[in-house]
Every structure is written in structure tokens, then in C-alpha cells.
Design a protein around this ligand. Structure first.
Ligand SMILES: Nc1ncnc2c1ncn2[C@@H]1O[C@H](COP(=O)(O)OP(=O)(O)O)[C@@H](O)[C@H]1O
Ligand SMILES: [Mg+2]
Length: 348
């Protein structure tokens, strides 16, 4: 006879390779039902963006199928994103489970492009996602996400995020006049940041992606220290000059104890749209070298690509504009890696 115990025993052999534990100990298996030869259960993973979803489900299926008498297996998958551990000296953002800063040593390397596509990829996988644009020097989220509206307040006087593509957004760009002189911005920044951290009604978010201002100066350091960050993603291009700045960004996060989830090498290569040939326009191997030297995983290499640029200009991230493309697949991989790293951190 098939029993609950037999099913659990079989499923104890299925490991989550990221978390290094079996799926029963991790409490991923719920609601086991047995009706003659039919076994059904729920498999609740730690993120909808889990890149191992298919593998874990397949392993679970084959484990249960080894029980004598099992004729049919029905698995319903779902997810519950865990919350980051609270950071004692920092107040967490209400309703937000995890915060991810996207940073770069210098501007123009594709930080905002990575931010919007990371947000879009996580949202596409079914996560609840927010996007916070703190780039005071060049808030490009309104343009890249195709929406610019004045901020409305809710009944409690909290700011309501602007929503597009199922992503809740807040941007310095919604608040500052486009041609406001830069000199105003410095002193205003901390004030705006504090308001954005305290007074936005995000509702419930699994992930809040934060587009930081480029660079590793005082402003960035203060932000990295002020915001309760679960982790960070550092964006670079393959040129030496950009990599040197990326290393500074890595060191900055290390200094303030923010885990670095990964390094993304953008404009990494060019894929010929006609023949598919890959050309390394800039020097190659810089991302790998930096990743090894600083022990930070290289989680993605994005090609230099017209469609990515056009997507930014017309307000449609490539994930939305051309979801089936190779470029979108690369961004989905990056999102999966980020979500996995966060799950590992949250479970530690
Ligand atoms: N992989 C890419 N291929 C082509 N153009 C890109 C790519 N990444 C970014 N861009 C373009 O380069 C410019 C700078 O990118 P952006 O994301 O705004 O950089 P940052 O936020 O680091 O200043 C934008 O016009 C953007 O569309
Ligand atoms: Mg930017």
C-alpha cells in the first residue's frame, strides 16, 4: 500500500542543490494526497524564478514513481519567496521581502538597462516586483519603462508607485524637473531617498530592484549604508577602464557588508544578426578575471545589440519587446541566478 510515510521517505532523496538540503526538510512538500495509485502533492519553492524548478520537479516525480503501486503523479508547483533577514541597524521597507541594488563603477555601462530587464524578467516569472530609481544624475527608468506620471498619494498620505508591465515603480525622475540643475540634486538626494524608503506604499513585493547612481563616491556609499540591501548586482563592460570601476564597486559593497550576488558583463560581444558570428568588440575575459579575483560569480554576459538599445528608447525592455530572443534568455538566466542567490542568503 502507498502511504504518506513512503512518499515522504522517497522525497527525502530529492535535494535542492542550491540550498544543500532535501525538499522535505526544507518544507517544500505540502498537501500529499493518495487515492489508490494516484499521488498528488504541492511543491512550494523559494522563488518563481527558480532555474532548478524543472529539475527538482523531475527528481521528485522519479522519486515517487519508484514507490510500488504508483500509477499517476500530479505535482502542483508554486513558490513562497522568503524575506531577507532584518539588518539590525537598518529599518526594513514595509512589505518588501528583498532589496537588490544594481550598481556600476561608472555611467553608461548599462546599469539601468540591466535594472529594467532584471525587474521585467522576475515579474515575468511570476514574482511581485518593484523598481526604485535612485539615479539622481540620470533617472532613466521613466523613459526605459515607457511611463512618466506625477506621483499620487493614497488616503494615508503615502506615495503610490506608478505601474507598468506589472512592475511598481518610483523614480527620482517622477519628482525632479527634467532640467533641474545638478547642484540642487546633491542635498535633495538623501531627503528624497529617505522619503522613498519610508513613504511609498509598495504593497507586497518579493523583490525591489534599486537602480543606484553610478560611481563609488560618497553619495553611493551613503546609499549603500542607508538602504537595507539584501544584495547587489554590479554591471560592467569588458573594457579595462570599466572593470577597474567595477572592482571599486565590489570593494564598496564589501566594505558595507552588502553581499554581491553577481557581476554582469554588458556589451560583452556582438552577434551578427545575419550569420550569427560572435565578435568580441572589446577585449575579452575581463569579466571572468574580475569574477575570479574577487570571488564574485559572473552571472551573465549581454551582447551589444540594437534591439536592446531600441527597447530602452521606446520604453519596452527587451524582455517585453522580444521575449523569445537570445538576449531575453540571457536576462532570464541572470534573474534566475539572482533569485537563487537571494534564496540561499535568506535560508542561511
Ligand atoms: N547591451 C546593450 N546593447 C546596446 N545598447 C545598450 C546595451 N546596454 C545598454 N545600451 C544602451 O546604452 C545606453 C546606456 O545604457 P544605460 O542602461 O542607460 O546605462 P547606465 O544606466 O549605466 O548609465 C542606453 O542608450 C542603452 O539603451
Ligand atoms: Mg542609468
Amino acid at each position: 500500500m502507498i502511504t504518506q510515510d513512503k512518499v515522504l521517505k522517497a522525497l527525502r532523496n530529492v535535494m535542492d542543490p542550491d540550498l544543500g538540503k532535501d525538499i522535505v526538510s526544507l518544507n517544500f512538500v505540502r498537501d500529499i494526497r493518495i487515492e489508490s495509485g494516484r499521488v498528488s502533492f504541492k511543491l512550494i519553492l523559494t522563488t518563481p524564478a527558480c532555474p532548478l524548478k524543472a529539475k527538482i520537479e523531475g527528481d521528485a516525480r522519479s522519486a515517487v514513481s519508484s514507490i510500488k503501486g504508483v500509477k499517476e503523479i500530479v505535482i502542483e508547483t508554486g513558490s513562497e519567496v522568503p524575506s531577507a533577514k532584518t539588518i539590525p541597524e537598518k529599518e526594513s521597507i514595509k512589505g518588501v521581502k528583498n532589496t537588490i541594488a544594481v550598481a556600476s563603477g561608472k555611467g553608461g555601462v548599462g546599469k539601468s538597462t540591466v535594472s529594467v530587464n532584471l525587474a521585467a524578467a522576475l515579474a515575468k516569472s511570476g514574482s511581485k516586483v518593484g523598481l526604485l530609481d535612485l539615479d539622481i544624475y540620470g533617472p532613466s527608468i521613466p523613459t526605459m519603462m515607457g511611463i512618466n506620471e506625477p506621483i499620487q498619494m493614497n488616503a494615508e498620505g503615502k506615495m503610490k508607485p506608478v505601474v507598468n508591465y506589472n512592475i511598481k515603480m518610483m523614480s527620482v525622475g517622477f519628482v525632479l524637473e527634467e532640467d533641474a540643475p545638478l547642484i540642487w540634486r546633491g542635498p535633495l538626494v538623501m531627503q528624497i531617498v529617505k522619503q522613498f524608503l519610508k513613504d511609498v506604499d509598495w504593497g507586497e513585493l518579493d523583490y525591489l530592484i534599486i537602480d543606484l547612481p553610478p560611481g563609488t563616491g560618497d553619495a553611493q556609499l551613503t546609499l549603500a549604508q542607508t538602504i537595507p540591501l539584501t544584495g547587489s548586482v554590479v554591471v560592467t563592460t569588458p573594457q579595462d577602464i570599466s572593470l577597474i570601476d567595477a572592482r571599486r564597486a565590489i570593494q564598496m559593497f564589501e566594505k558595507v557588508n552588502v553581499p554581491i550576488l553577481g557581476l554582469v558583463e554588458n556589451m560583452s560581444y556582438f552577434l551578427c544578426p545575419h550569420c550569427g558570428e560572435k565578435t568580441e568588440i572589446f577585449s575579452s575575459g575581463g569579466g571572468e578575471k574580475t569574477s575570479q579575483k574577487y570571488n564574485v560569480p559572473l552571472i551573465g554576459k549581454i551582447p551589444i545589440d540594437t534591439e536592446i538599445r531600441v527597447g530602452g528608447d521606446v520604453g519596452k525592455p527587451i524582455i517585453i519587446l522580444n521575449p523569445k530572443s537570445h538576449q531575453s534568455a540571457e536576462f532570464m538566466t541572470i534573474a534566475g541566478a539572482v533569485a537563487s542567490m537571494i534564496s540561499i542568503l535568506d535560508y542561511k
